[in-house]
Design a protein around this ligand. Sequence first.
Ligand code: NAD
Length: 296
Amino acid sequence: MATIAFIGLGNMGGPMAANLVKAGHKVVAFDLVEASRAQAKTDGAEIAASALAAAKGADAVVTMLPAGKHVLAVWNEVVPAMAKGALIIDSSTIDVESARAAHALAAKHGIAAIDAPVSGGTGGAKAATLTFMCGGEEGAFAAAKPILEKMGKKIVHCGGAGAGQAAKICNNMILGISMIAVSEAFALGEKLGLSHQALFDVASTSSGQCWSLTSYCPVPGPVPASPANNDYKPGFATALMLKDLTLSQDAAKAAGAATPLGQHAQEIYKAFEAAGHGGVDFSGIIQHVRKLAGTP
Ligand code: NAD
């Protein structure tokens, strides 16, 4: 079994690394935070003194970090020290430009690379049911796939360098817009005297059907497992949704593509976060939408 270095053991990376251990890999892990390192040790990983020490001699390196600047800093540290023929995978959600710069760095050192952001959240990370959206060359994808299969259930090759990140931010732009659309429908329904259940029963089996409604309904009741039933505890926090909507707007600007609804969704989530709700699940946006609708 391959030896895998895992760098970034937060809410997502911690359980992902644990699943690689469960699958029988030797995992050498590193995070800046002591508590995350201790948890990884409990989960069966070996702890390295630095990212560099973790990556030396590994067959593959996985990074799961907050943003593009962290990924480029870690890749700049580890890629030159990696064994020839090794593979590096970044599963963080980052800007397309940084992802392409990371690929170029790996290519310069003869290291195979894949950008492989995920969807499925912390629940998917724990249950090894994540979807991975991958960008990179065919050979690198083929090498990464058996590793990603230990942490996810759907692995999609989206194209060349950065294509995984492009797919991720396009998907989450749909999600941000659709959650606001569903919330507006419930806010209007409330003003029209329509019960939540009646609107759900109709829209969930009609042309308004979408994931934001049927899997993640922003009002309590119709979908018992949705965060609305748990005081809007994340789940997927508003701050992370705003991060992804901002990445999609940055990419839209760089590509010269107008995405007016994506832009509006970013503004709405920005206002919700500025009001102190960054830690609330993103479906909590219905509280803000109700205010916009003039619901007392
Ligand atoms: P997190 O903040 O919980 O974890 C990030 C970890 O990286 C932290 O433990 C931090 O200490 C560590 N780190 C930062 N710089 C480091 C460095 N130089 N060396 C080693 N460790 C370093 O974040 P998360 O929720 O695990 O998310 C990770 C990535 O996955 C983000 O890009 C996020 O957008 C994306 N993502 C998150 C979710 C989610 O639901 N949480 C879902 C999909 C994608």
